[in-house]
Each structure stands twice: as C-alpha cells, then as structure tokens.
Design a protein around this ligand. Structure first.
Ligand SMILES: [Zn+2]
Length: 705
C-alpha cells in the first residue's frame, strides 16, 4: 500500500450512457456513494472536484437514432437533459455535468490519442473485420451479436458479454449476426490502431497487485484475474461515423473507440470546469448543471493539478461492469501518454437487483429516477437513504418496495424524525423555542455525551473506507441515541416538577440534533438542510461536530417542520402493481405463437357445423371454479352448453352475448350436466378468454364457414 500526502481530490462517477434515463441501480452503484464521499470531503474542508458527464458516443446511440428515425445528436441531447435533471433533482452534487460530444472533449481526446501516436506507442494493424454487405458498413461492437465463447450466452455483443461480463472482440463471437440487417457478415480488411496492453502488463501488475492490495476485494479480484489471463492488444479505433474522428490524416470514416473516448470525459469535464471557474460562472450553470451558488471547493490553479500532480487523490466511482476499463485500460492509456496520474481508488459496487430480478432497461424492470419523483414528490432523501442502506457494496443486493416502506416508517420516521420532532416541539412548548442553559449533568447525561462525541470519527472513518452502509448505520445509531435519551429522561413528565432539569435535557437533545444536522448532510442533504434551518444553524464543519456547544444558550430556534412522513400500504402496493404489470406485459410480449397444425382437407373442415347463437341464460356450476352452465339459442333449438369460462365472465354480464358455437360436437356429460356443443373462444397471450362473435348482430343459426 502506497501512502501519500493528499493535497486534493479528483472524484469521478461513471459517465452514464445517453440512450435512456437513469434508474435506481445506477444511483446506488456509482452516483450516490460518490456524492456522499464528496459531500463529506467538502464538510471536512478538503479540496475536491467532482466531475461527471454524459457518454454520448458509441454504437447503441446510433442504433437508437436509427430506430427512432432521428439523428444521434438528437438522441444524446434528449437524454443528456433527462439524466442531468435526475442527478440535479436527487442532489448529486457534481461540480460539473459535462458531455463527451463537446468541443473540449473532442480536443482533449484527440490530443491524448495524438500524443500516444506520436510517441509510436500504438500498433497499426490491418485485419479482417466483420462487414455487413447489405448495410455497407463495418460491424463494430454492438452492431454485431453472437454466442459468447466464454459462457455460451447467445446475445453477447461484439465488445462485451453482458451475461458473464467478459470483454470480447467481435471476431471471438460464435455465429455472429449483424444487428443492422440480421445477416451473417462477411470479413473485410480494414486498418486500425491498437493499444498494446501486453506491453504494460508488468507495469500494471506492479500498479495493481503490489501497490493497490488495499482495493476492494471485488475490484482487486477482477483485476488479478485479467492480469492472470495475460493482456492482449486492444483496438482503440472503429469504422463508424458517430464519434471523435481519428486525429491523423487519411483516416476518414474512422473514430476513436468509445471506451478510449469516455474516460477522457473526466479530464475534459475538469478542464471545462476550470475554464468556467473565473469567467461567466453563473451564466452557464444551466448548460452544465452547475450550482450557481456553489463554486468548486479547490484552491488548485489549473485543471492539471487535479490530473497531473502526484499529491492528488484520483477516485473513480463505478459499477462492476466498468472495472476493467477503469483499472486496466484507462491507466494503460495514461501510462502510454505519460503525463497523467492513475486511479488511486476504484470503489466499484456490485449490482442492485429489483424485487429479486436483475434490473433491465430493455425489459423495463427498473425504478426510473424521473418516475420516482413523480410518485414520491420531495422524497429524494428516502430513496437516497434506502439505497445507501442496501447498497451492493460487497455483493449484489436487492431493492424491494416493502423494505423501502419499512425503512422509511420504522427508521426515518420512527427514530430520526420522531426524535427531532420531539426535541423541537418541546423546546417551543416549554421555552418559546430558545436553547436553555445547561445545568448540572447526571451520570447518564455524561454517558450520552461521551457516546455522541465518538460518532463523527466513526462515521468519517467508514466513509473514508468506502463503507457507506456502515457509515449510515452509525449515523442512525446516533439518532437512536437521541431518541432513547428523550424516552428515558421523559422531559414531558418532568416539566411539572423539575423545570431546571428539563432545560438541561432539552439542551443536550438539541446538541444531538445539531450534530445530526451536520452529519446527515452527506447522506440525506435535503433533510439536513431542513433540520439546520429548523435549528437556525449554519456553516458548521464536520470537524466541529462531537461538540455539545453547537447551539449556545439563548439561541433562537425556528418553527418545527416534519422531516419525514409515513408511507402507507396503498402507495407501496401501487408500485408493486406497476412492476407486476411490467412483468405480465413482458411475458405476453415474449409469448411464442403456437405453430400451425397439420393440413386438413376441405371435406374434413366442412364436417364441422359452426353457428351463430345467443346466450339466453347463464349460471355457475356448483362446486366448480371454471364452469358456467349456459343456455344458447342456436336458431335450431335452445340447448345447454357447459363452458370453462367462469374465471373471465360473470354470468349476468354475458346474457345476450352472441357466440360461435360448434353444434354437431357429440354431447358429453360434465359434472352431471349434458353439454350439447362447444362455444368457440380466443385465448389471449396472457391466457384471458374472449368470445368470437360476428362484428355485427346476425340471425341466430347463421352458419360460419
Ligand atoms: Zn459470456
């Protein structure tokens, strides 16, 4: 483990891909933990920049544009806004939310490519690549699918298998197919530039296996396995139109590989941020999702200090699917370039599941952040709290709506909210909202204060070690301590007999509340702000917490407001129903049509006598679930038919319904009733039955043929 003196921090969150909105899995994986970490660093007074932006190049965007009949630029403009809005609405406090289609990014990525190229570090190679003759296009990355050679998954992409997480080359795929035309592609030769990762194997081994044994087990393990397999040269250019053009002459129709381009987005975002730092700060904040009221907390004179100084700590927050790109490929690029620092920490999270199923954009199995805020207005902190409490830090974890409800009701409302409400309300009731001086302390008071004093360091240490769940638990333990202190001392009873003692109790309670306001800020910033405003408390730094002197005697509190409210069962049931509807819709969409039966002759067909009839009476067959006893006017006669449709129709509602009825089916006895014929029904993909009847009323007995 390398110990260095840290002068400043550069913190990044994975660039979200701009082909759809962001969901809770994204938030829990790379954005919420980063935001907690950065808010903590700021509260500690550290120099830090927190950068992110939209990843706007690559094949899925061109595929989406084609499917929607718009340009790739229109696709990225749309989702850049939706995603940026979601992050802002959830309080993800980026110093800048940039985008990779920007001019700064084009220049920066080109410069880095050019430097590596000029140093002669790329390998130039002409090779056979898949080409779609119909579409007249080379098939990079997601333009091609096939069977993964590692796990056998049949929908692996040309660059990655989403089932086993393997990084692939298109030529590795078994049974490759073009996603443009569905055709089997041909091989055609084309020239590309490769980053020879094998030449950096030794340097990467030292960097990771020796110097970063401290990395999280999941991250270290994945890197070790990659290095153990032996690294191979990796193409960093593609035959595509959409992207950053390869910055060397004679390379028309070629762009930088999106994974070469994307991580450089962190650098260009920082550059852009420093470009804005002094000039026109607040004018531009809309475009970059900047907060006009908060400049980045850094004394660095230039962006270079955040990317090239050895005393900068570079931290990438990502999901586990991005580990190889951030721990091996990006550092290798920067090693080849020569002037940048490499990641110091890569606290990648595992995946968050939803109600025991993998979150999936294509199957719409997700809780979208923009939808959440429609259904749970102003409850950003509840989601932040639950996602932090259940974050997939060491293994995949599950988000359930029941757990969401229970954590809100039994933790945020019943413990934290209840404590704050009590201490503020009682202070207003007994002392006109003034902080009373502390009198003589009991041993119990002293114990509680000693415990209070231990929390800031405990919470801080957990955050510094990227154990955000543990940090949040410690935070809640302090809220629990406050709640228990009031429950045990019962100031509402004592007020009648010992007002002096109540002054001390409420003073201690309010000091705990003030500490909570500061310590809550990284996790639940909206509620922290409300609480600070209730307490009339401002600008207390993390290092001042642990004190019982945050609120001076005589200090005036503001009116109390409720921090959290109970979430009722019906609200949760609605969310669960939404998901169940999605599941059903998916099942219907995936249902395969039954193949055609064997041919029959016309004679065979004409043996069937099908007529239009009308149901004239209907009743349930006793002791059965599915059966209705119907009387049908067939035009020939009135007859009894037993039909298995009781689960779909109420008897009263179908009287007068015209139906198709097979009248010459041999009668048979069902539950003691002779059934004379069969009503023809259409069965929908979800199993629901519908009558097949003429589209306008016809005379009973009319033949169907
Ligand atoms: Zn696979």
């Amino acid at each position: 483990m390398k110990m260095k003196e840290i002068k400043r921090y550069t913190v990044t969150s994975a660039l979200p891909y701009t082909n759809g909105p962001v969901h809770i899995g994204h938030l829990a994986g790379a954005y919420l933990p980063a935001d907690i970490y950065v808010r903590y660093l700021r509260a500690k007074g550290k120099d830090v920049v927190f950068v992110c932006g939209s990843d706007e190049h690559g094949v899925p965007i061109t595929i989406k544009a084609k499917a929607e009949g718009v340009t790739p630029q229109q696709v990225v403009d749309k989702y850049h806004k939706i995603i940026g809005d979601s992050f802002r609405d959830f309080g993800i406090s980026f110093d800048i939310y940039h985008r990779t289609s920007s001019k700064t990014q084009h220049e920066t990525a080109s410069e880095i490519f050019k430097t590596i190229y000029d140093k002669g570090k790329f390998i130039e190679e002409t090779s056979e690549q898949y080409f779609d003759e119909k579409a007249q296009q080379f098939l990079a990355d997601r333009y091609i699918t096939g069977t993964c050679p590692k796990c056998g998954y049949d929908k692996a992409y040309g660059d990655q298998c989403e089932n086993c997480g393997s990084t692939l080359n298109a030529t590795d795929l078994i049974n490759p197919k073009s996603t443009l035309s569905g055709e089997q592609p041909i091989m055609k030769s084309t020239k590309h530039w490769y980053l020879p990762l094998d030449q950096y194997q030794t340097q990467l081994e030292k960097y990771i296996l020796e110097d970063h044994k401290d990395w999280k087990t999941n991250v270290f393990g994945q890197c070790k396995s990659w290095l153990h397999q032996g690294l191979q040269p990796r193409a960093v250019t593609r035959d595509l139109e959409w992207g950053i053009p390869v910055p060397i002459p004679g390379t028309d129709g070629k762009v930088l590989y999106v994974w070469f381009d994307a991580p450089i987005g962190y650098i260009s975002a920082t550059k852009e941020l420093f470009g804005l730092k002094d000039a026109a700060w607040s004018d531009k904040h809309d475009e970059y999702y900047l907060k006009a009221d908060r400049k980045p907390q850094t004394s660095a004179a230039s962006w270079e200090e955040h990317w090239k100084s050895k005393d900068t700590q570079l931290v990438h927050f990502i999901g586990k699917d991005n580990i190889v790109f951030h721990c091996i490929i990006f550092p290798a690029m920067l090693m080849a370039e020569g002037s940048y620092i490499w990641a110091d920490e890569v606290p990648a999270n595992e995946f968050l599941n939803l109600e025991s199923n993998k979150i999936s954009t294509s199957r719409n199995w997700a809780v979208w952040l923009n939808d959440y805020l429609v259904d749970f207005k102003d409850k950003q902190d509840v989601l932040r709290y639950v996602l932090c409490a259940t974050a997939p830090e060491t293994k995949d974890n599950d988000f359930t709506w029941k757990d969401f409800q229970s954590r809100n009701n039994s933790e945020l409302v019943a413990i934290f909210g209840n404590f704050i409400n009590r201490v503020v309300v009682l202070s207003h009731k007994y002392f006109e909202g003034k902080v009373m001086p502390m009198g003589a302390m009991t041993d119990f008071d002293k114990e509680v204060i000693a415990e209070l004093q231990s929390y800031p360091a405990k919470i801080g240490a957990s955050i510094e070690n990227y154990r955000f769940r543990e940090a949040l638990q410690e935070f809640m333990s302090l809220a629990r301590l406050g709640n228990k202190y009031l429950a045990d001392t019962e100031p509402w009873k004592l007020i009648k007999t010992d007002e002096e003692r109540v002054k001390t109790i409420l003073n201690i309670g309010l000091q705990i509340a003030a500490n909570l306001a500061v310590l809550a800020e990284p996790f639940i910033p909206f509620s922290a702000k409300k609480l600070a405003s209730m307490l009339n408390l401002d600008n207390v730094s993390w290092d001042e917490t642990g004190s019982i002197d945050l609120l001076k005697a005589g200090h005036q509190l503001n009116e109390g407001v409720l921090l959290f409210d109970k979430i009722e069962d019906d609200v949760i049931e609605l969310q669960i129903k939404k998901l169940m509807d999605t599941k059903e819709a998916n099942e219907v969409a995936n249902k395969v049509t039954v193949p055609a039966k064997e041919n029959i002759t016309f004679d065979e067909f004409s043996k069937m006598d099908i007529r239009v009839g009308t149901i004239i009476s209907a009743e349930k067959v006793a002791k059965t679930k599915k059966l209705l006893k119907l009387t049908v006017d067939t035009g020939i006669d009135q007859r009894t038919v037993v039909s298995g449709i009781a689960e779909y129709f109420d008897p009263e509602s179908i009287i007068g319904q015209q139906v198709s009825i097979l009248v010459n089916l041999a009668p048979r006895e069902i539950k003691g009733i002779e059934s004379q014929g069969m009503i023809l029904m259409a069965e929908d993909a979800d199993g629901k039955l519908r009558f097949t009847a003429p589209t306008a009323k016809v005379k009973n007995g009319s033949e169907i043929r």
